[in-house]
Design a protein around this ligand. Structure first.
Ligand code: ADP
Ligand code: ZN
Length: 527
């Protein structure tokens, strides 16, 4: 429908007079005007980005009552209280109300006494409630936490599926779906499930310019971490993520032995200990929390100066969320990760061995590929990260990631790639990187002699390249789709879709130059 300049102006007035802000932030204005004019919208903005105004203001500008669907019953009361304080006629309907209270609010909706009503999804789709809505004028439907509709997200809510009914029963009412967490597959799912094909998609605000992203090759993870902390964050508070509880305990001990105040946090600790460690992290200075992903939800500490990953996260989305806990105060912070191909392979095997159905497995494996691509990128990491969320606000390299600060040289690796692929092929596409590197560098291990791999034409053809450099080559071959991980077998490497053309000499390959990091000084006295 036509843009309505008077209504747009009214949005500006409300921003100032009701909400007390001088200006819209980021894409708020574009989103709000689009919805005021009757358009559907899918809004992707990180937490704290300012999503609420995107539906609150259009609900006030458009005639009728705005219906907000939210699974977060615990937050509804606070939101509604804040709106009422600002003079907005708002209410909520959820299971915390008595039947009498709920009836009163429905009565107020009928009499036109409300502009904004927050509703839990299970109530919204009840037949009597839909009938009630049908007799009212509806300004819009806002579907908050829209990723709950998708099983790729981590908070799948079956009742969200039923929201399809909104489009069917109220085809002329604009709908705005909002979420902070949606990678490609989840977003596609939201659009499909909520029938938002016509919706304009707004992605913004994902950039966290004060966070410096860094990835290092995993060698001796604990000592690498210690070196990083000593040289860059000797007194700062931060979070170290590990995959397993056991490792959390070990790393916390290790850091404590080396003079850091480091506290473990994982679901295996009793509630009281967890609470105590969390409190110290929040209140004391310079505390390091070593944690599984169980830590961080709802933690709002502005001066977290670093987030370190000793194991790869499950996806770039998880990585973004976890690293996003650093530098909320806007001051410089570091997101540091150490990773190796073996980690990615074991994650893939875990996915393959899990209870997920085939389609879900495929999606999870793709997510790990995207993560590997991020680790192995030869271009700005922030660009890779933002591209993943389709946030196009960054127009050039960021200048604040390891690649930007220390650009990697590229070299023509076609011949090396051919040798590596040949080693994979001639050993039967079932061995892991270590063995393949042994073959290429001509190492006569027991396994090699046993299998007769010292007799292969490829044996020893890669002696001019060091072991670490070969490992880097294999990582890039996997990240680039030349090799794939055999997740159904033992995690060996096999040909990927791009291998054949390289072997036949029809395609060339570029690698990033392998840089030997200076090995960090060992904290422990040898092994
Ligand atoms: P989200 O729902 O995306 O997590 P909120 O809507 O809760 O974010 O907004 C986050 C914070 O930003 C709130 O404190 C809100 O008042 C503030 N905010 C939102 N829009 C603006 C704006 N245009 N100017 C200033 N502050 C804003
Ligand atoms: Zn960069």
């Amino acid at each position: 429908s036509e843009p309505d300049p008077a209504a747009h102006e009214r949005a500006q007035d409300l921003l100032r007079d009701v909400f007390g802000y001088a200006q819209f932030r980021g894409q708020q204005q574009a989103i709000i005007e689009h919805v005021i004019d009757g358009g559907d919208a899918l809004v992707l903005m990180p937490t704290g980005g300012g999503k609420s105004l995107c539906y609150q203001i259009p609900a006030l500008v458009r005639p009728g009552v705005g219906i907000v669907v939210s699974p977060l019953i615990a937050l509804m009361k606070d939101q509604v209280d804040a709106l009422r304080q600002a003079g907005v006629r708002a209410a909520y309907l959820n299971s915390s109300l008595s039947p009498g209270e709920a009836r009163q609010i429905e009565e107020d909706m009928r009499s036109g006494a409300l502009d904004l009503v927050y509703v839990a999804p299970e109530r919204l789709v009840m037949p009597y409630f839909l009938d009630l809505l049908e007799r009212l004028r509806i300004a819009l439907f806002a579907i908050d936490e829209a990723h709950c509709v998708s099983q790729w997200g981590h908070n799948f809510r079956p009742e969200y599926r039923a929201l399809t009914i909104l489009h069917e029963r109220f085809p002329t009412v604009p709908r705005i779906a909002l979420t902070a967490t949606a990678d490609g597959p989840t977003r596609k799912d939201i659009v499909e499930r909520l029938q938002l094909d016509e919706a304009r998609v707004f992605v913004s605000g994902f950039d966290r310019p004060n966070i410096a992203y860094r990835v290092v090759e995993k060698k001796d993870a604990r000592n690498q971490l210690l070196h990083f902390l000593r040289t860059e964050h000797p007194d700062d508070a931060g979070i170290v993520y590990c995959l397993s509880r056991r490792k959390v305990d070990e790393v916390a001990d290790f850091l404590s032995q080396h003079g850091r105040l480091a506290l473990p946090y994982h679901a295996g600790l009793d509630a009281e200990t967890r609470q105590r460690h969390q409190d110290r992290f929040l209140k004391d200075e310079g505390v390091v929390v070593v944690a599984t992903v169980a830590f961080g939800m709802g933690i709002d500490k502005p001066n977290v100066r670093f987030v370190a990953h000793l194991d790869v996260p499950r996806s770039l989305e998880a990585y973004y969320q976890e690293t996003g806990r650093a530098g909320r105060d806007g001051l410089p912070a570091t997101a540091w990760m150490t990773y190796g191909l073996a980690d990615v392979i074991s994650c893939k095997q875990m996915v393959q061995g899990s209870e997920l159905d085939d389609r879900q497995k495929r999606v999870e494996l793709q997510k790990l590929d995207a993560l590997l691509g991020y680790c192995e990128t030869a271009t700005c990491r922030r660009q890779v990260l933002l591209n993943y969320f389709s946030d196009n606000s960054l127009t050039g390299p960021c200048g604040n990631c390891d690649i930007c600060l220390n650009p990697v040289k590229r070299w023509d690796g076609t011949i090396a790639a051919q040798k590596a692929l040949s080693a994979v092929y001639r050993t039967g596409q079932r061995f892991g990187v270590q063995h393949l590197v042994d073959v290429l560098t001509g190492k006569e291990t027991e396994k090699i002699l046993e299998r007769g791999h010292h007799l292969l034409k490829t044996f020893g053809v890669g002696r001019e390249i060091g072991r670490n450099a070969w490992q880097a080559i294999f990582r890039q071959l996997v990240a680039g789709g030349y090799l794939a991980v055999d997740v159904e077998g033992h995690g060996g490497l096999l040909f990927g879709p791009k291998a054949a053309a390289v072997v036949k000499g029809e395609d060339t390959v570029e690698f990033r130059e392998h840089r030997e990091e200076k090995a960090p000084r060992r904290a422990t006295g040898g092994r």
